[in-house]
Design a protein around this ligand. Structure first.
Ligand SMILES: [Zn+2]
Length: 305
């Protein structure tokens, strides 16, 4: 159930050990034994405290009672912070800092890593925790943004896309629609918009017949270029038609299309092929999501003969 949240960022570990130790014991090698309050009061006000709005991507235990949180913030992009004392039973911050939650945070900057001093829930997205399928979908949304972004690169449009997608899933919008739309938009935001209207190789206009899709070429290949091309996969005209429609539509317009499940599967396979090619490794959550859907099919009485 915790798939996708437990992976530690190796690069963050070295610095956060110092920070976590510092807060537990009140001193640290890295700070020369000074107290937190002294360090913060010695910094200019502008630097020592700041506010962000964020979605919690994942967390891991840190020290005795603390938590290391990976956040996607509106103001600063991806950010790692310490939630001090969050694992204590009576912590008032704890409930606000679960994965998927949209939060408003007050932070105290330290030399190593920000500390969360106040947390307030903006949207709790409870349905995403209560429904296994929605949990799997939200985990995939989080995994994609986590894998594709680096710390400190602000992208407000990407933040808005993340929040809007979690809102759609929480409102139980058809997951296929919400996820395919999210994938196409995240590709736009990250500069990997696939070419779907002209052949990515010879640039001739794509005709209304079955085509090929090539991840290395970054889009559709006409039958002449696609036949036998390394890494090119067939794509039906219908699946391509909906990919094109989703790519240039608002979500409301995309939601009006009558896409059948087989066409959604084909779109999913093509986009997954392109995304994993770009990441140069497989994603964890699609297999997890497929397992949930298989289990739901097995347990659905309508599916038993
Ligand atoms: Zn071509």
């Amino acid at each position: 159930m915790r798939l996708g949240f437990c992976t530690q960022q190796a690069c963050a570990k070295g610095t956060t050990r110092q920070a976590a130790g510092f807060y537990q014991k009140g001193e640290s090698e890295s700070t020369g034994g000074k107290r937190l309050a002294d360090i913060i009061s010695g910094m200019p006000a502008r630097e020592r405290s700041f506010r962000v709005e964020a979605v919690v991507l994942r967390h891991s235990d840190w020290g005795e009672a603390d938590r290391l949180l990976t956040l996607y913030t509106r103001e600063r992009g991806k950010l790692t912070a310490i939630g001090k004392g969050v694992r204590k039973l009576r912590s008032r911050k704890a409930g606000h800092l679960e994965p998927f939650t949209q939060v408003a945070l007050q932070m105290a900057q330290t030399r190593d890593m920000p500390i969360i001093t106040q947390a307030e829930t903006v949207q709790g997205f409870l349905a995403l925790r209560e429904d296994l399928l929605l949990f799997g979908c939200a985990s995939y949304v989080i995994e994609l943004i986590d894998r594709f972004t680096y710390a400190g690169e602000e992208n407000q449009a990407l933040y808005r896309l993340l929040v809007a997608t979690l809102e759609r899933l929480n409102q139980r919008v058809l997951p296929d629609l919400a996820l395919r739309y999210y994938e196409l938009r995240i590709l736009d935001q990250l500069g990997f918009r696939p070419k779907l209207f002209e052949c990515a190789h010879c640039e001739t206009e794509i005709q209304p017949i079955d085509q090929f899709f090539s991840a290395p070429e970054g889009g559709v290949l006409c039958p002449k270029c696609g036949q036998g091309a390394q890494g090119a996969r067939p794509i039906s005209m219908k699946a391509l038609k909906y990919l094109r429609h989703f790519q240039r539509s608002t979500f409301t317009e995309a939601a009006r299309a009558h896409v059948i499940p087989d066409e959604y599967r084909e779109m999913e396979n093509i986009l997954n092929y392109y995304l994993t090619y770009l990441l140069e490794r497989n994603l964890n959550t699609p297999a997890f999501l497929r397992r949930i859907i298989r289990q739901m099919d097995t347990h659905n009485p309508e599916n038993t003969p």
